[in-house]
Design a protein around this ligand. Structure first.
Ligand code: NDP
Ligand code: 2IT
Length: 458
């Protein structure tokens, strides 16, 4: 994936507080380009709030918020089915506990490194604040590649990973969940090992659990559903709806599949999905039952979808953004939608873009959308439904209760409306009406910064 080179904060020359802070962050976190990108995107929007709240500057909130409370890096040795030994690297970055226990997913993908975990953990702080739930920010994972591994290999890897990580977790301390490469199967193996080592059935220590042993209805669907609910709110504020819209989705994992499902429920036609081999275009609309069978049951590739469905075409080695659409939902990974893609989407008449993935749109592409008047929802707002429903899972675990699908989905819809409205009104209040990036960053930042002020210098 292409990343953005380090450079000074754009438009920040006038802001004498933020520019030296960003320079110092670059100096102290060398080579962590995705972390730099995520920090820059937040800092370049904070000028107006720092001008109104000088106490945040005096208390050095930015310096503190950009430095994780704790960073863990550990060895994960495991043996494959042939008895050969492998050594991977495990990470957990416990970024902020101002609003609650550290909360955020685990990613297993060969590209994982400290900079990627830190960008994800940093985003998570503000995202979790926006949900209005009592959760701090963290993220973790490993450079382990689960592709092509047997269930037994995945289990041994998860057991080795948790053998080290367990000492840092707890329902009041740090509560991981899934992300790329970590779904229900992995959470099961991780939970089993945690339980075995600690001799505690501590349901609230992980979220995304199976429904029979402490999991919550709607958690599987929540990120994709929430992203589409947020999109519907953005369109509603412009007097439109999703009904009849043509949608391009990238990715074909957990987030993409349930974004497609909710979009179809709301009357839209989704014409694409993808994986790292290429994309599928299906003018009749994605056959979701077939996609789920290939991806969820078979752990297969989207190319197989086109082989099995006459209406569909597979385009190898390319992204989906050349396909004309009204709404674009990037749901695969970071920096997957570039400036040239954004220009193509705008030329083709896109009206709204919502990030199901974390930071899938490069800063240059975000600017293209904003300058063209496209409604653009950053991931920390649009994909917050997943972690919000994780917090609902923790709530159910704490009260030893379980809620119905309908009740939980209504809670999710309420939360997404709340996030939309607080981003919208915050952007207006700080002089950038319609700018959800400004709204999300400032609304999330204020909540965390106020808690930090109240809790003293820690
Ligand atoms: P999955 O592992 O279920 O699916 C990931 C999808 O993205 C797959 O289709 C995968 O294709 C594709 N992908 C991953 N890495 C790359 C890459 N480097 N290049 C091209 N395609 C890639 O993960 P999720 O659906 O859970 O996560 C997708 C995104 O959503 C991530 O950015 C994640 O951080 C974010 N997110 C997830 C949440 C959740 O609850 N799961 C919550 C909020 C955000 P392939 O199989 O070929 O690798
Ligand atoms: O990026 C994310 O918000 C997630 N992967 C979900 C985190 C969670 O704790 O549910």
């Amino acid at each position: 994936m292409q990343a953005t080179p380090d450079s000074a904060v754009p438009h920040a020359a006038e802001n004498r507080v933020i520019e030296p802070l960003y320079a110092e962050i670059l100096r102290r976190n060398q080579g962590e380009k995705e972390f730099h990108q995520a920090v820059r995107e937040v800092l370049e929007t904070l000028g107006p709030v720092l001008a109104q709240r000088p106490e945040f500057v005096d208390a050095r909130i930015i310096e503190r918020i950009c430095e994780p409370e704790r960073q863990l890096i550990f060895r994960v040795p495991w043996s494959d089915d042939s008895g050969d030994i492998h050594v991977n690297r495990g990470f957990r970055v416990e970024f902020s506990s101002s609003l609650g226990p550290y909360k955020g997913g685990l990613r297993f993908h060969p590209s994982v490194n400290l900079g990627i975990v830190k960008f994800l953990g940093f985003e998570q702080i503000f995202k979790n604040a926006l949900t209005g739930m009592p959760i701090g920010g963290g993220k973790g994972g490993s450079d382990f590649d689960p592709k092509g591994r047997s269930d037994a290999e995945i289990m041994r890897f998860c057991q080795s990973f948790m053998t080290e990580l367990h000492r840092h977790l707890g329902e009041y301390t740090d509560v991981p969940a899934g992300d790329i490469g970590v779904g229900g199967r992995e959470i099961g193996y991780l939970f089993g090992q945690y339980k075995r080592i600690t001799n505690r059935f501590e349901s609230g220590v992980l979220t995304g659990k199976g429904l029979g042993w402490g999991g919550a209805l709607v958690r599987t669907e929540a990120t994709g559903y929430g992203c589409v609910m947020f999109t519907a709110e953005m369109l509603r504020s412009r007097g439109e709806s999703l009904d009849g819209q043509r949608i391009a989705v990238s990715g074909s994992g957990n987030v993409a599949i349930y974004a497609i499902e909710k979009a179809q429920q709301l009357g839209a036609t989704v014409v694409t999905c993808s994986d790292s081999d290429g994309y599928v275009v299906d003018e009749k609309g994605i056959d979701l039952a077939l996609l789920k069978e290939i991806k969820e049951a078979g752990r297969g590739r989207v190319a197989e979808y086109a082989e099995r469905r006459a209406e569909a075409v597979f385009v190898p080695g390319a992204g989906v953004w050349d396909v004309p659409c009204d709404v674009a939902l990037p749901c695969a990974t970071q920096n997957e939608l570039h400036e040239a893609d954004a220009l193509t989407l705008v030329r083709n008449g896109v009206k709204a873009v919502a990030e199901g993935a974390n930071m899938p749109t490069t800063p240059e592409a975000v600017r293209v959308f904003q300058e063209a008047g496209v409604a653009f929802a950053p991931g920390k707002a649009a994909n917050a439904g997943g972690v919000a429903t994780s917090a609902l899972e923790m709530q159910q675990n704490a009260s030893r209760d379980s809620w119905t699908f309908a009740h939980t989905e209504e809670r999710l819809a309420e939360i997404m409306r709340h996030i939309h409205d607080s981003c919208y009104t915050t952007a207006e209040r700080y002089g950038s009406p319609g700018n959800y990036v400004v709204g999300a960053n400032i609304a999330g930042f204020e909540l965390v910064a106020d808690a930090m002020l109240a809790q003293g210098l820690i």
